[in-house]
Design a protein around this ligand. Structure first.
Ligand code: SF4
Length: 375
């Protein structure tokens, strides 16, 4: 949106020196949310990496030029050594983020989080109070998480709300966007559910896809309104979307309606960004030290940091999935292969294709664009 308001020259194609690592340090969690991908529970899980092992991996990640670590779980604050890990991460110069459910961040915990100087704290909200507490299966969870967000904001930490869209919380999206505005929260992270839909046949009538389009329109409109306001008032709120790279293409269609003269510039910027980066610029290490192409690929392990350094696992393309993810263009099939926007989207989220069809290179069934929009 800032590029629409104030275009900047085109840079080289995105090629960070190493991947950002999302690190699920602990599987234990004090909540049992309905949509949890790590299927956590409030008990200790055996075999998790020790502090010394985590430190050893961090040294390797540093040498491999990983720019940032997103410390996640489970609930990462339940790891007794989380602040030792965070301090070391900061000392090594990583961009260090904390991904939390927020319910454990009271005044005392905020002081510790602030002292660790996290570069970013992301707190999940699944809707407004009633919906959130139902999703989180805990009354009072929303109040605790919102309190955490306010405490972090007031402690000058950069804080964001992470929201995953489903049919059950769609109605709360406008209210959440208003909350983010009213509370002066730095960032709104909109995540798509890893929804596969029912394939191409029903794409146009698919309720989830229709809902997604409405949500994206609302998000684009809100972000654009904010961008205009921020240029007057100096605010810099960020709106981010994740888990569906068709969003970039949908943005072009939004532009065609609103600012057709900007389409060519934004297309070039999206091409520079390059679309989906699983297995390339985004990596995941789970609580046992297993390495995955991203957090949605826990059923596909590339290696374990106890047996082989991350720096050796990550570039190894002997694994056919990694070979395909790193290939450009990726060996995608179906409508992704013939899509006019493949260079912008990079074939989207391969795990959805794999889960629905068994073939990681099949077209992404989670693409909510019509055949006309990808022609
Ligand atoms: S058809 Fe495939 S490559 Fe094209 S926008 Fe949709 S998911 Fe992306």
């Amino acid at each position: 949106m800032r590029e629409i308001a104030a275009p900047t020259p085109l840079g080289p194609v995105r090629k960070p020196p190493g991947p950002v690592v999302i690190w699920n340090l602990v599987r234990r969690c004090n909540l049992t949310c309905k949509h949890c991908y790590s299927i956590s529970a409030d008990k200790d899980f055996a075999g998790e990496l020790t502090t010394a092992e985590v430190f050893g991996v961090m040294d390797d990640l540093k040498a491999f030029k990983v720019p940032g670590l997103i410390l996640s779980g489970g609930e990462p604050l339940l790891r007794p050594d989380i602040f030792e890990i965070a301090n070391r991460s900061k000392a090594l110069g990583f961009f260090t983020a904390l991904s939390s459910n927020g319910t454990l961040i009271d005044e005392a915990m905020t002081r510790r989080v602030a002292a660790a100087d996290f570069d970013y704290v992301g707190v999940s909200l699944d809707g407004l109070e009633t919906v959130h507490d139902r999703f989180r299966r805990k009354q009072g969870a929303f109040a605790a998480s919102l309190k955490a967000i306010r405490l972090c904001r007031d402690a000058d930490l950069k804080v964001g709300v992470r929201f995953t869209l489903t049919q059950d919380n769609f109605a709360d999206l406008p209210g959440l966007l208003k909350l983010v505005e009213d509370e002066g929260i730095d960032r709104f992270y909109f995540s798509h559910l890893n929804y596969a839909g029912r394939g191409n046949k029903n794409r146009k009538d698919d309720a989830h896809h229709q809902m997604t389009r409405q949500a994206m329109d609302l998000l684009f409109d809100t972000c654009w309104a904010h961008t205009q306001m921020s240029s007057q008032r100096g605010l810099q709120r960020e709106f981010t979307t994740g888990n569906n790279d068709a969003d970039g293409v949908y943005l072009l269609h939004w532009l065609r309606r609103k600012f057709p003269e900007k389409e060519a510039h934004i297309r070039a910027k999206l091409a520079q960004w390059g679309g989906n980066a699983s297995g390339v610029n985004v990596a995941n290490i789970d609580n046992l030290g297993n390495v995955h192409p991203d957090t949605m690929w826990w059923h596909h392990t590339l290696g374990n940091v106890r047996e082989r350094p991350f720096s050796a696992i990550w570039p190894d393309v002997a694994d056919p999935l990694m070979a395909g993810l790193k290939q450009r263009p990726r060996p995608v099939k179906g409508r992704c292969a013939t899509c006019a926007h493949l260079a912008l989207c990079n074939g989207n989220t391969r795990v959805r294709a794999q889960q629905l069809t068994g073939d990681a290179w099949a077209e992404d069934p989670g693409c909510y664009l019509t055949d006309e929009e990808i022609a």
